[in-house]
Ligand binder design. Structure first.
Ligand code: NAP
Length: 270
C-alpha cells in the first residue's frame, strides 16, 4: 500500500453492464466506510480497484502509466487471472482491506529499449512484448542472450513474457508458467520453423531478469517488424535492435489469499 492512507480509492471500470453495476455497488459500500472515490483518476489514492477482466487491468495499467498505487481487481465474468475478487465477495474484501489482512505482491514488468536508425524508444509491458511480422510474413530474428548469439529464429515471431504474463499468450504458445515472484523473462517462439533451411529453437528459454536479451531483425521486406505490447500494436521505422530485461520499475497488487495463484491455475486452465 502507498505509505500514507489517504482514504482515496480509484475505482476504474470497463464499460460492461456487469462491471458498471459492480462499480456502483462498490462505490456505495466504500463511501459508507469513509473512503472517498474521486470522479476521475487521483494520483494521491491509496488503492486502485479495477473492475472487469485481465484486459481491463492491462489497459488501466498502461493508461495511468504504471502507477505506484497498488491494484486489486474485481472480476466480472472474464478469465480474470489478475482479478482476484468476485463481485459477490465485495463485503469480505472491504473488511479484509480495512483490517490490513493482505500482502502486497510485486509485479515484474518487461522493459524494451527499441533502437531504430536514428531514434531510441523505451516501452514497458505487464504480460509480454511480442516481436512479429506484419502482413503474416515469416520473420527472421537474430537472438542474443547477454551478447551471446543463441539462434537465428525464423517463424511467426517471438514472445518475451514476464512471470505474470506467462499464463497469457505465452501459455497458449507452449511456454511454461512462471510463478510471479521469480524474476525471469521467458523467450517463447511463435510457430518456429525448424527444417533443413531454418533452425529455430522449438521451445521456450527462461532467462534471469537482469540478463539482457537482444533481438536484431533481419529485413527481407522493408519495415516488416511489428511490436505488440500487452495486445497493443506499435510500429517503428527500421528497427535495428531491441534489448529486453526485467524493468526496474514494478507495479503491485494486493493478495488476499496465499493459495490464490494455485487455485486460479487449476480452476481457470484445467
Ligand atoms: P484480450 O482479449 O484482452 O485477452 C485475451 C485473453 O487473455 C482474455 O481471456 C484475457 O483474460 C486473457 N489474459 C490476459 N492476460 C492474461 C494473463 N496474464 N494470464 C492469463 N490470461 C490472461 O486480448 P488482447 O487485448 O489482444 O491482449 C491482451 C493479452 O491477451 C495479451 O497481453 C496476451 O497475453 C493475451 N493474448 C493471448 C493470445 C492467445 O492466447 N493466443 C493472443 C493474443 C493476446 P480476460 O478475459 O480476463 O480479459
Amino acid at each position: 500500500m502507498s505509505s500514507n492512507r489517504t482514504k482515496i480509492i480509484n475505482v476504474i471500470s470497463n464499460n460492461n453492464d456487469a462491471s458498471k453495476n459492480t462499480a456502483r455497488l462498490l462505490i456505495y459500500k466504500l463511501s459508507s466506510k469513509g473512503f472517498h472515490i474521486p470522479k476521475s483518476y487521483d494520483n494521491k489514492a491509496e488503492l486502485n480497484i479495477c473492475i472487469g477482466g485481465d484486459g481491463a487491468f492491462l489497459r488501466t495499467v498502461h493508461k495511468y502509466n504504471f502507477p505506484n498505487i497498488p491494484f486489486v481487481g474485481i472480476n466480472t465474468g472474464h478469465l480474470g487471472f489478475f482479478q482476484e475478487i468476485l463481485p459477490e465477495n465485495i463485503d469480505e474484501f472491504i473488511d479484509k482491506y480495512i483490517r490490513g489482512d493482505y500482502s502486497i505482491e510485486e509485479i515484474f514488468l518487461v522493459r524494451a529499449n527499441i533502437y531504430t536508425k536514428d531514434k531510441h524508444f523505451q516501452i514497458l509491458g505487464v504480460n509480454e512484448i511480442v516481436i512479429k511480422g506484419i502482413k503474416s510474413k515469416v520473420v527472421h530474428l537474430e537472438v542474443f542472450i547477454n551478447d551471446n548469439h543463441l539462434e537465428k529464429f525464423s517463424g511467426d515471431g517471438i514472445i518475451i513474457s514476464t512471470p505474470v504474463g506467462s499464463t497469457g499468450y505465452n501459455f497458449s504458445s507452449g511456454g511454461s508458467i512462471i510463478y510471479p515472484s521469480l524474476k525471469a523473462l521467458q523467450i517463447t517462439p511463435l510457430s518456429p520453423i525448424s527444417s533443413r533451411v531454418y533452425r529455430s529453437l522449438l521451445n521456450s528459454t527462461i532467462v534471469p531478469g537482469d540478463i539482457p536479451i537482444t533481438i536484431e531483425p533481419e529485413y527481407r521486406y522493408e519495415n516488416s517488424i511489428l511490436v505488440v505490447v500487452d495486445g497493443m500494436e506499435l510500429k517503428y521505422d527500421n528497427i535495428s535492435k531491441i534489448d529486453f530485461a526485467i524493468a526496474e520499475k514494478t507495479i503491485s497488487r494486493l493478495n488476499f489469499d496465499k493459495n490464490m495463484y494455485w487455485n486460479n491455475l487449476k480452476s481457470k486452465f484445467l
